[in-house]
Design a protein around this ligand. Structure first.
Ligand code: PAF
Length: 283
């Protein structure tokens, strides 16, 4: 397995790989890899000749007062996970190797990035779209794998790839949960044992809401959302949002809505967690 720290090294490698007729799969990550990331690498491994995992805590997607400085990092652990899951390359640049000090070009999706996390974290998806574009230009992948846990991110990236004609297939990987139901996230590391136990309400309430919404239809969404909010607050969490939106538009569902993204964000202590379920809408 090779490790590149410089953008040019990766791009040169990717150009040579493509010239040799080999396909490339990219797994973009911010490191501190867990079983969810490992599943993305496994999927990538099954999709291309060469698997590149990027590990980069991207400063431009963090807002002021967010956890950029304390975001967990453990390169040696990440290296082992990548090796065990058959990655060929790790790209782990320093911020200075990714952004010129006077960088002034951004990529911004302007519809799907607006609600949910976009409304609470201004500039977040602009940072994500920009760094993912840069990673695409450097790794030149045929396929890139993203997890469904970051459902809005996945939708924004898919829209960007469509709108900007990237010749890249975006593969959506299933959300991975721990045995207790908590969606795996590098940020789970911040939770105390007690907060972790309290946070189980997120997956529990979504799991209960899914069949209820499927059965009762979208008119029941406000009551179901209120129930989820109540359960989270009762468990000691602080709700950031709970919303049920049309998965194609991320707008309020209409009579043409086929599937709803039931998405939430909540704080346990100072840790902000997200989770979601996709729900088929009864016609
Ligand atoms: O999902 C993440 O870890 C990040 O948002 C990503 C896609 C690697 C971009 O920095």
């Amino acid at each position: 397995m090779r490790i590149f720290r410089q953008a040019q090294e990766l791009q040169q490698f990717a150009l040579e790989t493509r010239r040799a007729g080999k396909s490339i799969a990219l797994v973009p990550t911010m490191g501190f890899l867990h079983a969810g990331h490992a599943s993305l690498i496994d999927i990538a491994r099954g999709r291309a000749d060469v698997v590149i995992v990027s590990i980069f805590v991207n400063p431009t997607q963090f807002g002021p007062g967010e956890d950029l400085d304390k975001y967990p990092r453990d390169f040696e652990h990440d290296r082992l996970v990548c090796e065990e899951h058959g990655a060929d390359v790790i790209f782990a640049p320093e911020p200075g190797a990714m952004y010129a000090p006077d960088a002034s070009t951004w990529v911004e999706e302007t519809v799907l990035s607006r609600p949910l996390c976009g409304a609470r974290r201004p500039g977040h998806f602009r940072g994500v779209a920009t760094v993912v574009t840069k990673l695409f230009h450097l790794a030149l992948p045929d396929v890139a794998v993203f997890g469904r846990k970051d459902a809005q991110q996945l939708l924004v990236i898919k829209r960007m790839v469509r709108d900007l004609n990237f010749p890249i297939e975006i593969v959506a990987a299933p959300l991975v949960r721990g045995a207790d139901g908590l969606a795996l996230s590098s940020r789970n590391r911040y939770l105390s044992e007690e907060e972790h136990q309290r946070a189980l309400v997120l997956s529990r309430s979504l799991r209960a809401a899914k069949p209820a919404l499927e059965e009762a239809g979208i008119s029941a969404a406000p009551a179901i959302i209120a129930a989820i909010r109540h359960e989270i607050e009762a468990a000691g969490g602080h709700v950031d949002y709970v919303e049920a939106l049309d998965v194609d538009t991320l707008a309020e569902p209409t009579e043409t809505t086929r599937e709803v993204l039931l998405a939430l964000a909540a704080y346990f202590g100072s840790t902000r967690l997200i989770d979601n379920e996709l729900v088929q809408v009864k016609k």
